[in-house]
Design a protein around this ligand. Structure first.
Ligand code: C5P
Length: 222
């Protein structure tokens, strides 16, 4: 059994999940979107009117929240307490609040435990902010994806317009920069490149080119 762990980290909207899915599919590995877990908790906290700076309330909320990531024909679906929240966790509101939830150290500890329990004994591709540094520090392949903020905003703009809604490019840029700032400056496992990760600047690469570069690293090992 030569299944390995692949960690993909990087700032917001750098194409991590799109690329991670392709890599997982090519290898028949499981894909785990850790950002979806923080988003799921954020959605529930907003619905229950919990103050996002109140770590104790968030901890007790997480303790009574079941989060499942399931593979379906249509891709990964996110189930919170038996409700499909796959679409809802991508809303502007959740996107703009999730970093405030994800900064709490005890919330992160619990999320990391859950993420590690999903990844035992399997070939896995996991994406997030702290996968190479904290969740899977022994991952055989670690990738750090970057792109200019202009390029990331442009990709998000196109993604949104495919879904049928218009967004303001400047606003998108600001949201992305604000989220990266909070994620990079927090005390607990901030967004940072692991010392042994390979950085790939995806600004002028296609999704497929990025996936092929990662797969090339994988095939050196397996
Ligand atoms: O990857 P995605 O953009 O869905 O992540 C949403 C947010 O969840 C990030 O901006 C970050 O605040 C948090 N996150 C994190 N650690 C991870 C994955 C996501 O703090 N491993």
């Amino acid at each position: 059994n030569n299944a390995i762990a692949i960690a993909i980290d990087g700032p917001a909207a750098a194409g991590k999940s799109t690329v991670a899915k392709i890599v997982a599919e090519s290898l028949s590995y499981i894909y785990i979107d850790t950002g979806a877990m923080y988003r799921a908790l954020t959605l529930k906290a907003i619905e229950e009117n919990i103050q996002l700076d109140d770590e104790n309330s968030l901890i007790s909320l997480l303790e009574r929240t079941d989060i499942k990531l399931k593979q379906s024909e249509a891709g990964q679906i996110i189930i919170v307490d038996d409700m499909d929240v796959t679409a809802e966790i991508r809303s502007q509101k959740v996107t703009n609040h999730v970093s405030y939830v994800a900064k709490h150290p005890i919330i992160r500890e619990e999320m990391v435990k859950r993420q590690q329990s999903f990844a035992t004994n399997l070939g896995v591709v996991m994406d997030g902010r702290d996968i190479g540094t904290h969740v899977l520090p022994n991952a055989e392949v670690k990738i750090f994806l970057i792109a200019t903020v202009e390029e990331r905003a442009k990709r998000r703009y196109e993604e949104n317009s495919k879904k049928g809604y218009y967004s303001d490019m400047e606003e998108l840029k600001q949201e992305i920069e604000q989220r990266d700032l909070i994620d990079s400056k927090r005390e607990a496992s901030p967004l940072i490149k692991a010392s042994d990760a390979s950085e790939i600047d995806t600004t002028s690469l296609s999704i497929n080119q990025v996936a092929q570069r990662i797969l090339a690293e994988v095939y050196k090992i397996i």
